[in-house]
Design a protein around this ligand. Structure first.
Ligand SMILES: [Zn+2]
Length: 140
């Protein structure tokens, strides 16, 4: 059963080492967490060792509200890789309530329905037995 799901998912998977690996471990538990500086409190994403604001190496994983809004997107009409042959599709940049931005997908919104500031929420998708990706869906 689990092997069948692995065979179905052909798209590239994220590297799961270092701070990014910790991010995806939380996703696997269906928790969206971002790093937050232990000195100045600034949220950050993508995961990294040092705070870009104050230079601190202290940080913790704080839970996100899971809510955000569409900040930007692009619509792909011509796939560059065979794993992304179903076009059109629109990778979106989500601005989270915590202020960080992340690249993801909106599962229930067609490219022509996208608009700036569209309210969205995280919707975890277990793409393999080991990997869960933070996708998004429209929030009412
Ligand atoms: Zn800081």
């Amino acid at each position: 059963m689990a092997e069948a799901k692995t065979a179905q998912y052909q798209r590239p998977l994220p590297r799961r080492r270092g701070p990014a690996g910790e991010f995806y471990e939380f996703c696997h538990k269906h928790e969206l967490r971002f790093q937050r500086c232990g000195d100045c409190g600034t949220w950050r994403h993508i995961p990294r060792d040092m705070c870009a604001k104050c230079g601190s190496f202290k940080w913790r994983w704080d839970k996100s509200s899971g809510r955000g809004k569409v900040f930007s997107w692009t619509t792909v009409m011509q796939p560059m890789l065979p794993q992304f042959a179903e076009v059109p599709y629109s990778p979106v940049i989500i601005e989270m309530e915590e202020g960080v931005r992340m690249l993801s997908w909106l599962r229930d919104v067609k490219p022509e329905e996208l608009k700036l500031d569209l309210p969205v929420e995280v919707a975890f998708e277990d793409v393999t037995p080991e990997v869960t990706l933070p996708m998004f869906r429209r929030r009412s």
